[in-house]
Design a protein around this ligand. Sequence first.
Ligand SMILES: *Cc1c(COP(=O)(O)O)cnc(C)c1O
Length: 463
Amino acid sequence: MSRDDRAEGAPASRPPSIDRMARWPALAPLIERAGRPLVVEALRAWVEARRSSGDVADPAACAAWCAQRLAPLASPSLKRVFNLTGTVLHTNLGRALMAEEAIEAAVTAMRSPAALEYDLDGGARGERDDHIAPWLRRLTGAEAATAVNNNAAAVLLALSALAAGREVIVSRGELIEIGGAFRIPDIMARAGCRLVEVGTTNRTHLKDYAAAIGPETAAIMKVHPSNYAVQGFTKTVSAAELVPLAREKGLPVIEDLGSGTLVDLESWGLPHEPTAREAIAAGIDIVTFSGDKLLGGPQAGLLVGRQALIERIAKNPMKRALRLDKVRLAALEATLRLYADPEKLARRLPTVRMLARTPEDIRAQAERLQPVLTQALGGDWQVGIDAVRGQIGSGALPVDLLHSFALAVTGRGLDRLADALRRLPIPVVGRIRDGVLLLDLRTLDDEAAFVAQLPELAPGSVA
Ligand SMILES: *Cc1c(COP(=O)(O)O)cnc(C)c1O
């Protein structure tokens, strides 16, 4: 006789055992859905919660209570959202959306074995960088290329491989901090390099670099000021000026381009953002940039430059710790292949497609959606259309410049509405500015899904 069975004969005030409750037919569907361990955990909480009131042995009430408790675990924590913030590459919302070609390649790599480090021609061991290096060489004009986890890792690895234990010269105007605790002085310290600051915040001259070079200097570094602009009385030293000095002293120049595009954004009416090809052409020895910013691919850090330096970087033990997995390599390769045909980029690469959208196109969408949202909100709020300025995001072109249109909601209790939008099945993230809730439509791709869930905002349901 088990302890369970004895419990059954106990006085009515004794709660049934957890094991016994887990066998209640009322709980069977939940166990099927959520699995026994989670249901047992919920049952313990149920007994605890009902300890004082005593009415534990009510299977229907118990099943409903447990189902509600476990509901959050059934939906993913990393949820799909609508990014209507006006920032196209929003770091907190996952940056670049990938092209269908990249998604397909990633899914195939997830599902099947892949020739990741295997040379199918010779049947010998291959290199994982071989899948992307030829594309990066072709697209940037560099001699060699490699890739790691993200651009922060690329900078860390380049510094560590080329300058550990020695000095690296950086202009004070370029000692950046970007979100998520990436600060050049800290990265420098982690890489084991000694930072030598030159110039001032607003002005650095070539002679400042020249005066700082000494026997301990291992490299000169340039950093693209991604998320701010120094304006007014300023002077920076261009790569074209810096490279001859570095050559004369036998030093490599490393440049962290941040977003680093592979194509000229001017083709889509956007201001110029430095390309990796330009940096290589200017003589920069190692250029690093992100895979999931303007490039529009998966999170990655790309390093392109001189063969001998890339080899040193690739052989560094840290490379092994920072390398890319097959899923991201597959997506990256597929994304880079799209750049072979730049004219079709705006159609195939979501990042470029969104950046290239014309204000007229976005305004037309706003006009379509204004009555739909107005009806969904049922008179509690007013919906207008505002001309707004969005951002590329992720440090590219930091000043607001993307002319766009937003659904502009006004009325009392905007925070409440913003909450309700974030609680929709596909949460909608906008921004509140000067008492207006703005839903910037530049990045609304899936209009049908957006509209389909609006009825859930019905008046009265926005608590
Ligand atoms: C974004 C950025 C980084 C970090 O890149 P991640 O890919 O996010 O690691 C480093 N440097 C600059 C200048 C940047 O803009």
